[in-house]
Structure formats: structure tokens, C-alpha cells
Write a protein that binds this ligand. Sequence first.
Ligand SMILES: Cc1cc2nc3c(=O)[nH]c(=O)nc-3n(C[C@H](O)[C@H](O)[C@H](O)COP(=O)(O)OP(=O)(O)OC[C@H]3O[C@@H](n4cnc5c(N)ncnc54)[C@H](O)[C@@H]3O)c2cc1C
Length: 749
Amino acid sequence: MPDYGLPLQFGTFITPANQKPDVPVALAKLSEQLGFDLVTFQDHPYQPSFLDTWTLMTWVAAQTSTIHIAPNVLNIPLRPPAVTARAAASLDLLSGGRFDLGLGAGGFWDAVEAMGGRHLTPGQGVDALSEAIDVIRGIWAAGDRAPLVVDGDYYHLHGAKRGPAPAHEIPLWIGALKPRMLRLTGRKGDGWLPSLAYLGPGGYAAGNQVIDDAALGAGRDPREIRRLTNISGQFARANGGFLVGPSDQWVDELLPYAVDDGVSTFILAGDDSAAMQRFAEEVAPALREAVRRERASAGTDVSVVKRASVLAARRDGIDYGRVPAGLTAIEPGDLGFADVRSTYMRGGSPGLVLRPADTAQVVEALAFAKTQNVALAVRSGGHGISGRSTNDGGIVIDLGAMNAIEVVDEAARRIRVQPGARWMDVAAALEPYGWALSSGDYGGVGVGGLATAGGIGFLAREHGLTIDHMVSAEVVLADGSVVTASDDENPDLFWALRGAGANFGIVTSFDFEVDEVGPVGYAQLAFDATDTAAFLENWGAAVEASPRDLTSFLIMGAPRAGQPAVAQLISVVDSDDPDTVIERLQPLADLAPLLQQSVQILPYAAVMANASDAPHRGQGEPRSRSGLIEHLTPEFSRAVETMLASGDVHFFAIRSVGGAVADVDPDATAYAHRTANFSVAALGSDGERLDRAWHGLHGHFAGLYLSFDTDQSPERLTDAFPEATLARLRLLKTRFDPQNTFRDNFNIV
Ligand SMILES: Cc1cc2nc3c(=O)[nH]c(=O)nc-3n(C[C@H](O)[C@H](O)[C@H](O)COP(=O)(O)OP(=O)(O)OC[C@H]3O[C@@H](n4cnc5c(N)ncnc54)[C@H](O)[C@@H]3O)c2cc1C
């Protein structure tokens, strides 16, 4: 295999001399300006005339923006691998994925020993480096929940915490010359990085053979291993020997290394800015073109090579080779998989996560998914409870990258929001205009899932549901067509989207008309609710009696031994007048002994800024039941008290609805239970016990809000939709999604 077909790269090899510390930095910046792909630095920590290479690389990373940075090569005997892994991942994150890692087993043993390093024989150095690679890769495996244990001859890690994962798949390039190091490179490396000067004639071919055999022996494709080389020479008018001569001579002399020996990265040493310029302007483009021509005539395979570990992690039923080009696709073996596999509440192991960037790519992703014989999930913010936006072995279309928020008509307060935006981002984007759109109580929830279900939020009684503000939506239907749904276009679809939307397509953008909302009163009150039934009944009555500018949510948990039952109220008053805020809150504050209280006047965006940016790490399968109810009657409140006393519910919430929500005609949207004043939800960890505990409540409900129920039995459909609504939804489902492509949600069958 003479040419491994990898894209050509060019780099520089800078001496980290510290006499004039600006010089290596300036040469690194020049490398970037000249268009080099890579700047590298030797690492000799025992050398007093050198800057410390890590410190220099960090400094350079901060002063450049596109060029990759690498040690050439890092002295592992003086760099503890676990710390090296964290440093590398950190620099990669800080530099936006621009760090690559050259590794060496060390040399200059006297100097290493003098610095406190362990004196290793050459053979031991290889074994130590092999263990170091395991440590480095183990630390980077941030998605692996088991702590890292390495019980080697040289390195002992007893349960190290993993992470951070780097920003990109950092390649490990090994500075190898002798057969054992070459075999290690073939088994574990991502690149071979020798200096050309140290390889005799035929040295590349012989080294490649050893590497390739070792790679194949380890079940790897030799193309996984990039061949790099450090080169030096002089530009001169006439041919004065190898790489001493004019630019075209350089091209002629380097070309065989590329096409016969498979070298795809040439790194120029010499610290000579004029030579760097000639190389970048005259050698690199000509060599690139010459290699392109040779490859075209030889029919060289230049396809992207996937690591053996990625191929091994692939799942059955997905034709990975046919994923549409240009679509971001994350596979189980890929670095970023840990961040996209699960959702907020649910652990998942999908076979493929597709992250479209626009509507056209959503169409492509859906068309591909439909040809694969596996489950399909649609994800926006990943907070689905009834909606399953992850799966096991299936495909996820993750709209997280489609998260734009724009004002399309300021006079009409009309905004356009893509489904992957989170409600905290929407609130923040609207705040400068003095606007808000009622959403839910948690800023991390995605626009796509909530705006297709209802949206019971902190402003609900004054401003209605989120769906009540929807003016139109762009939808990719099951057959791949892209349609607009509004009162004028596809009005049936528009009706269905607002309450049962997940069943009908993938919404790629929403237009909403938003309201003027200034700062709001935000109250967090905790009560001794020992008499739980009385507390619930009185709270319900107080909320119903209150003007619409108050919306109040209640949270309770399982009883705790020796402690009173505690009820927390999170309430928003849509007013920035302290007197009004207090007036609305006082009836609530009088309900029972207050254990804690906090009342602030805040922008609505600050209320919603309550979620983190961390990737979802949900585990297991949530169990949740829900219902809609008009009044918190004494009977219902007593049933709740009994349910909570069972200990089988660890989270119980009641969100107030009513007010503006009830102004909308029940037939106007698929969310039809408009007369309900409260939405009730309970979560437990054991489904059967939760159902048993919930049983006593069920008879009190007049409807169900589909976002909060994980029960998939057919009765829940009739709970969620009145008969006429359900009949119309079923008819529309057969029209818009006859094959039930969109079924991993609260499914209308
Ligand atoms: C912590 C928390 C707090 C919550 N608080 C509230 C609240 O106060 N009020 C409230 O009303 N709800 C609340 N919810 C429920 C929430 O609204 C729903 O779970 C919603 O579906 C989440 O939307 P998402 O985009 O984040 O979820 P995802 O998990 O991404 O999606 C959920 C489901 O919605 C469907 N879906 C997602 N995107 C689209 C799209 N673009 N087009 C069509 N279908 C799509 C899919 O079927 C998917 O399975 C809360 C949920 C959580 C976890």
C-alpha cells in the first residue's frame, strides 16, 4: 500500500529557544499566516535554553486561530500521562480543536534522570509509552462512567476520574524508528512521525511494512495511521543535493515520499522565515497538485478512513456507508457520542445520531432514516418525557444545531425560532425588546418538543400556552415534503401541530407572535405542608381566585423521616410593581407556616436562566404519570396526600393553567382540555408502584397533558384527547403520516 490516500498537510518545526522568547511565537504566527496546517515544537524539558513546550504551545494557541499545534514529540518519561491527557484535552478545548499530540519514549536519558525521570532502557521505553497511550485514551473517554484503572508496570491509576473529552479526536503521532516502536505505532498510534534525516534509503518502506503488519494484526486498517515526516533543506538556485535547490527540485524530491512511501504530512524544520515562505508558496501547492494528479491516475482510495474501534462499535441495521455526504453523523465509537447518546432523563445507545444544519439536511436525514430498518427518534432539546428522543440501536435526528432565534417583524412582535433553541435562549433573545413568550418552567427544555405539545409556563394564566402564540410552522412531513402550516396553509396540519405535533412531522422552524413582558415578580416559597390535603386544596382555591397575572407551580417529594412534608411554590407575577407582587403572593404566604421565602423582581429571562449547558447524561427510563384537573377538590387533595405518603412518588408537581389558556376555543387546537386549571404530574422510579400510587388520583382527572406521561397504553390517548379531537387526529395521521414514521412519542395510532 504505497499511498494511504490521506489529505496532504504541511507544517513547521520550530525550536522553542528562550533567548528571544518572541521568536518562536512569531514563527508560529507566521506559519499560520502562510497557510501551514500545523506548527510543531520539540520537547526537551531538561534543556535550559528552551521554553517549556507546553507553556509555549498554550501561548501560541492563544495567539493563533486556525493552525493546529503539536509537540514534536512530547517526552513522556517527564510528562505523567494522566496529566498530559488533561492538559492536551484542555488545550484542545481552549483552542477550538487545534491540538494534536506527538508522543515519544524519550531519549537523552542522563538528562531525563537528572530531572527526576525514570531511567528506562529503550525496550522499557516502548512498554512505558504503550501504557501511557492507554492512560491518555482512558482519561479522554469521558463518556465511560467507570473510573479509569490501569495497573501497568510503569503507570498505576487506581480509579482516576475521566475527562474532559477533547474538542476533536486528538491524533497520537508516535516518534518511532526501531521495530518495537514501529509495531506499537501500528497497534495503537494514529501517526508515525520520524525525521527524514534519521531514515536511511528504503527506511520509509521498511518502517511502513512493520507498521502495516502490526496494524493489520491488531485488526486495524493501515490507512488509520498517518505518515508524517520532519524535513529540512535549503532553497538554492542550483541543485546542491537532496532538498538543496530550487522549489521545483523540492517538489520532485518530495513527491516519491508522498506517492511511494505514503507520507502525507511534511513538517519543515529550520526556523527560517524566508524558507517557510518559499515552501508555503512554491512547494506546498505544487506538491499538493502533483500528488492529486498521481492519485487520480493511480485511482488511489482517498475515502475517509474510520478507525477500527469505530467500525467495531457500529450497530446492525444501519448502512453507515450511505449516510448523506455533508450531514454531521456521530457513531457510537466517535469521540462526541457520549454527549449525544442520552437525553435529560433517559439513557440511550442509538446506532447513529444525525445533526442536520438546515431544513434540506433534515429532509436528507429523514430520507436516509426511512431506508434503514431501525427505530427513529426526533430530538430538539432532549427533555422529552413521553417523547422518546433517544433509543437503542436506532437513528436519532438531533436538531440541536438548528437553534437560530430571529425577529422577523418587530412591529408585529413576530419571531422565528428553530427547534433546537432552548427556552432560556429564547427568553434571553427577547429580553432586549421587552418581550417574552411563555414556555415552561425550565430553561433547558427545547423549543421543538414543547411547542408541539402545549407549553405550560410561568406566564400561562396571563399569556396562555406557548402553542397559542404560534402563527405558522415549517414542517418536514413523513414523505419528505417541506410544507408551511398556518391558518391559511395546511390549516388541518396547523391545528394538529398545536398539541400533538410530534406525530405529524419534524418542525424545522416556528413563527410566534410574542407579548410585551417587563420584569416579573419571582417568588420561591417553601411551606410546612404537614396537612398536605388542606394545603393543596387551599392553594388551588387561592390560585383560582387570583388575578391572571399570577401563575403558581407546586412541587412536593416523598416524605422524609423526621421531617414535615414540604411544599415548594414557584410563582411568577407578571408585574414589576412590588405592591402588586406582594398583594398576589400574600394569600399564598398565608397558606401554612413558611419555612423559606425569596421574592425578587427579575427579567423573565433571568427566571428562565436556570439550566446548565452541560451535555445530557440521563440514565435509565423515566416513569411518569399525569392528568389535567379543573379544581383541587378536597377528595383529590386527600388522594394526593395518600399517594405521597406511599413513598412511591419522588417528584410531584402541579402547574396552574386556566386564565388565558381557557380563553381559547377547545376546538381551535389539538390541545383541547382548556377548562382545566391545573396540570398534575408524578414521577417514580418503579413503574408498577407508581401506577398503584397514582391509581387513587386517576378518577379525578378530566384530561391529560401529553408531555408528562410515560404510560403508552391506549387509554392514555383517550385521556389526552376528547373523542372528537382524537378522531380528527387519527384521520390526519393517516393523511400526513400513514406509515407512522413518527411514532416514538405520545403516539396517535
Ligand atoms: C425538567 C423538565 C421540566 C419541564 N417543564 C415543563 C413545563 O414547565 N411545561 C411544559 O409544558 N413542559 C415541561 N416539560 C416537558 C417538556 O415540554 C417536554 O418534555 C418537551 O417535549 C421537551 O421538548 P424537547 O425539545 O426538550 O425534548 P426532546 O426530547 O428533544 O423531544 C421530545 C419529543 O418531542 C418531539 N419533537 C422534538 N422536536 C420536534 C420537532 N422539531 N418536530 C416535531 N416533534 C419534535 C419528538 O417526538 C420527541 O420525542 C418539562 C420537561 C423537563 C424534563
